[in-house]
Design a protein around this ligand. Structure first.
Ligand code: ADP
Ligand code: MG
Length: 718
C-alpha cells in the first residue's frame, strides 16, 4: 500500500515518458525533461503535488450543449473538432488574427485569436479541443473571441473529460497532465486510507484510493463530485487535526492556575452594576469561569459583536483572578484604547475593596495601573516596580506590556483585546512572563469573524460567543450617501443631532501614504467642515500624530460634551465609548474594509437614543458596492463577517497566519462551511486523549510528512 507520505517524498523523475508526447522537438529524454520543467513551472515537483493538481472542471460528452443551441451573451464550454485554421494578416492598423473554425457535428463555431499568432501552430485540423468563452453572434454565426482552449487529443475515450488548470506558458496541455497523472497513479498502486472507517461510514465518505482515481478519471460527473468531497474533507481534517493537536500540546504538561471563582469581590461588583447582565454575558461568564477554575491554562476566544459588552465580561474575569490573589493584565491594540480602558476600569472599580490583613482597616482598594509607551521616566519605573511587587492588581497597557522589562509578581489572567494585531508569538511572550505557572489567556475579537474562519485562524483556542446586545439598543440606521443631495442630508443630520444635544463623529478619508499625510488631510477636512457644512459647531480634531497628552485632552473634552463633533482618523475605530454620540459620518467609505466600517459604526448606537451612520462616496468596484450595501442592510456583525468572507475569499482573511490553509486545494473555508465544522468535530474525536495519535499511526505518519521539522518535533516528539 502506498501512503500519502510516500507520494510526498517521491519526485517526478520516476515518471518517464507518459503516453502522449509533448509537441516539442527532441528525443524521449528531452521530452521527459521538458515535461518536468513545465510541471516545475506550475509548482509541481513531487508525485503528491501532481496527484493533488486536480482538474479545474469536467466536461461530460453526453450532456454537452450542441453548438446550434448556444445562446449569444452566455459563457459556454464546448467540445469540438478543429476544421480549419487560418492565419489572417494584420489589416492596416489592426492586429494579426488567427481564425479557427470548430465543429461538434451539429454546428460550427468560429474562434478569433488576436495577437496570438502561435495559435496557428498549436491548433491543427482534426484536433479535438475544449473551448470556453463568451458566445457572440455575427451575421448569424456563433463566435468566440480569445477563448481559452484545452487540447483534448486522441485517446481520451472516457465519457467525462477532465480539464486541468494549465499554464499555457509552461507549454503543457491538459491532456499531457492527465497522462502524467495516469502514469503516476498506475505506478503508485493501491493507496492506503488512514482515516478511520467509522468516520467514513458515519459521514458517507468514499474510500481514498477510489476517490483519487475518480477525481482524475471519473466514470461520471457524480462520481467526480463524490470523490472530490472525500478528498476535500481530508484536507480539512488534516488542518483541524493539526490545530487540535497543537491545542493539546499547549495544554500538555502546562501547569495552570485553578482560580477561585465567585468571590465576595465579584459579588460586590455585580451588586453595583447599573444594569443586569445580558443572558449571553451570563452564559459567557459561566463558560469562562469553568475554564478559570480548572488547573489547566485557559486559551479562549471571546467573540462578540460591537457593543455586545465584551469589556464587562473581561473585567469580571479579571476580578476573579484578583480576588484569588493574582494579577490581571488587559492588553489593548492602541494607546487611546488603553487609556480609555484604564479610565473606565478605574471608574468601574472605584470603592471596591479586597481583604488586607496588613492594613489598619483590614481591607484595601483594588489597584489599577497603566503601562503604555507614554508612561516614561520615574513614572514608568514606579509602574514597573509596583507590578513586580504585586502592588498593582490589574494593569492596562499596549504592546509595552510585552517588553522584557515588565515583570509580574503573580500574573493570573491575561486579556487580549485584539484587532488582529496580536499574533501567536505575542501571546507566547506574555505567557512566558509568568515563570512556571501559566496564566489563563482570554482573547477578544474587536469584530466578529466568520465561524469557519475562527475555527481555523484561532483553531487552537476554545470559543465563547456573545450573541446578544444589551437591551434598549436600537439598530444604527445606515445610509449610503452616494450623491451630493444625500451628502447634504448627512451634514444636515449632524446639525440636527447637535441641536438636540447629541454629538457626532466625522471619520476622514483613509490616506495610505503616511501618518503625517493622514494627519494633515484630517486638519484640512476639519477646516473645510468648520467653514462649510458644520459652521458654528464646536469641532475637535483627533489623529495619530497628535502628542498623547493632546489626544487625551481632546477625548476628555468630547466625553465631557465640550465638543459637538469629533473630526478624526481611524484612531476612533475601536472601543471609543461616548454614548451621547448619535451620528457618525464616514467619508470616502469605500476605502475602508468591512470590519473597519462596522467597528466605526459601532461608535454610535451605544446609548438608548436613535443613531445613524452615513457612508459617503461612490463605490469604484462592485465589491465595494456590495460591502456598503451590506452595511446598509444589516447591523449584525456576524452576518457581515460572512459577507466579507464571500467577497474577499479566504486568503485575505486568513492570510499566512495559519499553516495548512495553502494546502486547501479542493476544500474552501468559504464554500464548505459545513465540512469545516464537521472536520473539527471529527478531529476532536480522533485526537481525544491521544494527542500524538498513537492509535492512528497511519494518520500520524501522513501529518508528519506534511508539516515542517519544528512542528513535527513539537507535536509528535515532545
Ligand atoms: P464591546 O463588546 O464592543 O467591547 P463594550 O464592552 O464596550 O462592547 O460595551 C458597550 C456598552 O454597553 C458599554 O457602554 C457598556 O457599559 C454597556 N453594557 C455592557 N453590558 C451591558 C448590559 N448587560 N446592559 C446594558 N449595557 C451594557
Ligand atoms: Mg470594547
Amino acid at each position: 500500500m502506498t501512503s500519502l507520505a510516500d507520494l510526498a517524498s517521491a519526485d517526478l523523475s520516476a515518471l518517464r515518458a507518459a503516453k502522449r508526447p509533448l509537441r516539442r522537438p527532441g528525443g524521449a529524454g528531452q521530452k521527459a525533461r521538458v515535461r518536468a520543467d513545465a510541471l516545475a513551472d506550475m509548482g509541481i515537483s513531487t508525485v503528491l503535488d501532481l496527484l493533488t493538481h486536480y482538474p479545474r472542471r469536467y466536461l461530460d460528452r453526453t450532456t454537452q450543449t450542441p453548438i446550434p443551441e448556444l445562446e449569444a451573451g452566455t459563457d459556454a464550454t464546448v467540445l469540438a473538432t478543429v476544421r480549419r485554421v487560418q492565419r489572417l494578416p494584420a489589416r492596416r492598423g489592426g492586429r494579426p488574427v488567427v481564425v479557427v473554425d470548430v465543429s461538434d457535428g451539429r454546428g460550427y463555431l468560429s474562434l478569433s485569436f488576436f495577437n496570438q499568432p502561435w495559435r496557428s501552430q498549436q491548433l491543427s485540423e482534426g484536433m479535438e479541443v475544449a473551448v470556453s468563452g463568451k458566445v457572440t453572434r455575427f451575421r448569424g454565426r456563433r463566435q468566440m473571441a480569445n477563448p481559452s482552449v484545452e487540447v483534448v487529443e486522441g485517446d481520451w475515450t472516457g465519457r467525462v473529460v477532465p480539464i486541468y488548470p494549465q499554464s499555457e506558458k509552461a507549454g503543457i496541455s491538459s491532456m499531457e497532465i492527465g497522462a502524467c497523472v495516469d502514469e503516476a497513479l498506475g505506478r503508485a498502486g493501491p493507496l492506503e486510507d488512514p482515516v478511520p472507517a467509522w468516520v467514513l461510514d458515519r459521514h458517507g465518505l468514499a474510500p481514498r484510493d477510489w476517490s483519487l482515481r475518480q477525481a482524475h478519471r471519473p466514470g461520471s460527473l457524480a462520481d467526480a463530485y463524490t470523490a472530490r468531497r472525500r478528498l476535500g474533507f481530508d484536507e480539512l481534517l488534516r488542518l483541524q487535526l493539526l490545530l487540535v493537536m497543537r491545542k493539546r500540546a499547549l495544554e500538555k504538561g502546562a501547569v495552570g492556575i485553578a482560580q477561585r471563582v465567585g468571590s465576595p469581590l465579584v459579588e460586590a461588583f455585580r451588586a453595583r452594576l447599573a444594569f443586569p447582565l445580558t443572558s449571553a454575558q451570563q452564559k459567557a461568564i459561566a463558560e469562562i469561569e469553568a475554564d478559570l477554575a480548572k488547573p489547566v491554562p485557559m486559551h479562549r476566544l471571546l467573540q462578540g459583536d460591537v457593543g455586545s459588552g465584551k469589556t464587562l465580561v473581561a473585567l469580571w474575569c479579571l476580578l476573579n483572578a484578583v480576588a484569588g490573589g493574582y494579577q490581571g493584565a488587559l492588553m489593548a491594540p492602541t494607546e487611546v484604547l488603553a487609556e480609555q480602558h484604564h479610565l473606565s476600569l478605574s471608574a468601574a472599580l472605584a470603592g471596591l475593596t479586597l481583604p488586607d490583613p496588613e492594613s489598619l482597616l483590614g481591607e484595601r482598594p483594588v489597584r489599577v495601573g497603566l503601562l503604555t509607551n507614554q508612561v516614561s521616566g520615574a513614572e514608568r519605573a514606579r509602574a514597573l516596580g509596583d507590578l513586580a511587587q504585586g502592588k498593582v492588581d490589574i494593569v492596562v497597557g499596549t504592546h509595552a506590556l510585552l517588553t522584557e522589562a515588565v515583570r509580574f509578581a503573580r500574573l493570573g489572567l491575561v486579556v487580549i483585546d485584539e484587532q488582529h494585531r496580536f499574533g501567536v508569538e505575542q501571546r507566547a511572550a506574555l505567557r512566558a512572563k509568568a515563570d512556571g505557572v501559566l496564566p489563563d489567556v482570554l482573547v477578544m475579537t474587536a469584530t466578529p469573524i466568520p465561524r469557519t474562519a475562527a475555527m481555523t485562524v484561532y483553531g487552537d483556542l476554545d470559543t465563547t460567543v456573545l450573541d446578544e446586545l444589551p437591551p434598549g439598543r436600537s439598530p444604527v440606521r445606515t445610509v449610503w450617501a452616494r450623491g451630493p443631495l444625500e451628502v447634504d442630508a448627512a451634514w444636515e443630520a449632524v446639525r440636527q443631532e447637535v441641536a438636540a444635544g447629541h454629538q457626532a463623529y466625522v471619520v476622514c478619508p483613509l490616506v495610505e501614504e503616511s501618518e503625517r499625510v493622514q494627519a494633515s488631510s484630517a486638519r484640512e477636512e476639519r477646516d473645510r467642515l468648520s467653514e462649510g457644512p458644520l459652521r458654528g459647531l464646536r469641532l475637535g480634531l483627533l489623529h495619530g500624530q497628535l502628542p498623547e497628552r493632546d489626544k487625551e485632552a481632546v477625548m476628555a473634552q468630547f466625553r465631557a460634551g465640550q465638543l459637538d463633533v469629533l473630526v478624526a482618523t481611524t484612531v476612533v475605530e475601536v472601543g471609543v465609548d461616548v454614548p451621547n454620540a448619535t451620528v457618525i459620518v464616514i467619508e470616502d467609505a469605500e476605502r475602508f474594509g468591512m470590519a473597519q466600517l462596522h467597528q466605526l459604526r459601532g461608535r454610535v448606537g451605544r446609548g438608548t437614543a436613535r443613531s445613524s451612520c452615513f457612508l459617503l462616496g461612490e463605490a469604484s468596484t462592485p465589491e465595494a458596492a456590495e460591502r456598503l450595501a451590506a452595511l446598509e442592510r444589516t447591523n449584525d456583525g456576524f452576518e457581515l463577517a460572512e459577507v466579507d468572507l464571500d467577497l474577499r475569499g479566504e486568503g485575505t482573511i486568513l492570510g499566512t497566519r495559519q499553516k495548512g490553509v495553502s494546502d486547501l486545494k479542493l476544500a474552501s473555508l468559504r464554500r464548505h462551511r459545513k465540512y469545516v465544522a464537521l472536520a473539527r468535530e471529527v478531529a476532536f474525536e480522533i485526537v481525544g486523549d491521544d494527542p500524538q495519535l498513537r492509535r492512528y499511526p497511519a494518520l500520524a505518519a501522513e501529518l508528519m510528512a506534511l508539516v515542517d521539522d519544528d512542528e513535527r518535533e513539537y507535536l509528535f516528539k515532545s
